[in-house]
Design a binder for this molecule. Structure first.
Ligand code: PEP
Length: 258
């Protein structure tokens, strides 16, 4: 039976690039990618809020099949939440994917498991795909608590979702100690944790959801390690930070998923 899951390679641009720089990068990326790449892999970029409209305009005008993503949002549709952006606002900009529960949001901005669950449901309800991040700290890993940590985060995030909704979302296994450190998980470790997450989805939402949910690995993915990580069983793509800021590097990572 053919694998029903298309790989998804996502670039998280974090708090980098003005809207001018973002336009330049997405144009360079469109030159780096080919029809064959797009035929085999879903590609997405997650610029900062200030560049979403500019990047969307370029993707639209030049018919570039790269999905537009956001890095975060609030769960409410509107209201007195100074500094926040709502799912409805993102959906109106043709945003397709929203990162929810990135470890930097959890660690630096106090995002809780409950916030993550509420946001994931709101993103889904607005017609977009939540890309829910889970991952253990170095301390938790060294204490042998990786599985316990990622399953408790994923269990909380999936709370209240139907089996169909769970099957349509994206989970990203991002060990905190690997993000932005240059130190990646081994393919075996990434595959094993992604397998644990798929097992959890099966337990909570059934075999169909487990077969269709996409599970990315994220944490210092680079052109030099992408083929091994992306070729590992149960790894359906990558969430890429630093290396997504260089069009050639990101293009090589996408090609490793083909
Ligand atoms: C990330 O931002 O989610 C990430 C994985 O970053 P990096 O690839 O730089 O480790």
């Amino acid at each position: 039976m053919p694998d029903p899951r298309r790989p998804l390679v996502s670039g998280n641009w974090k708090m980098h690039l003005t809207h001018f720089d973002a336009i330049r990068l997405v144009q360079q990326l469109s030159y780096a990618l080919t029809k064959d790449d797009y035929a085999a892999v879903d590609v997405a970029v997650h610029p900062p809020f200030t560049a979403l409209r500019s990047v969307q305009t370029v993707l639209d005008a030049d018919d570039i099949p790269i999905g537009l993503g956001a890095q975060h949002c609030h769960w409410e549709t509107s209201g007195a939440f100074t500094g926040e952006v709502s799912p409805a606002m993102l959906a109106k900009l043709d945003v397709r994917y929203v990162i929810v529960g990135h470890s930097e949001r959890r660690a630096l901005f106090g995002q809780t498991d409950e916030d993550v669950a509420r946001t994931a449901r709101a993103v889904k309800a607005a017609g977009m795909v939540p890309l829910v991040c889970v991952g253990e700290t170095l301390e938790e890993r060294e204490a042998g608590r990786t599985e316990e940590r990622v399953t408790s985060q994923a269990r909380a995030a999936l709370e209240g979702m139907s089996a169909e909704e769970v099957g349509a979302l994206v989970l990203a296994y991002e060990p905190v100690w690997a993000i932005g450190t240059g130190r990646n998980a081994t393919a075996e470790d990434a595959s094993s944790v992604c397998g644990v997450l798929r097992g959890l989805v099966g337990e909570l939402a059934g075999a169909d959801a487990a077969a269709s949910v996409r599970i990315q690995y994220g944490g210092s993915v680079k052109p030099s390690n992408a083929a091994e990580l992306l070729g590992a069983p149960d790894v359906d793509g990558a969430l890429v930070g630093g290396a997504s800021l260089e069009a050639d590097d990101f293009g090589r990572i996408v090609r490793a998923a083909v």
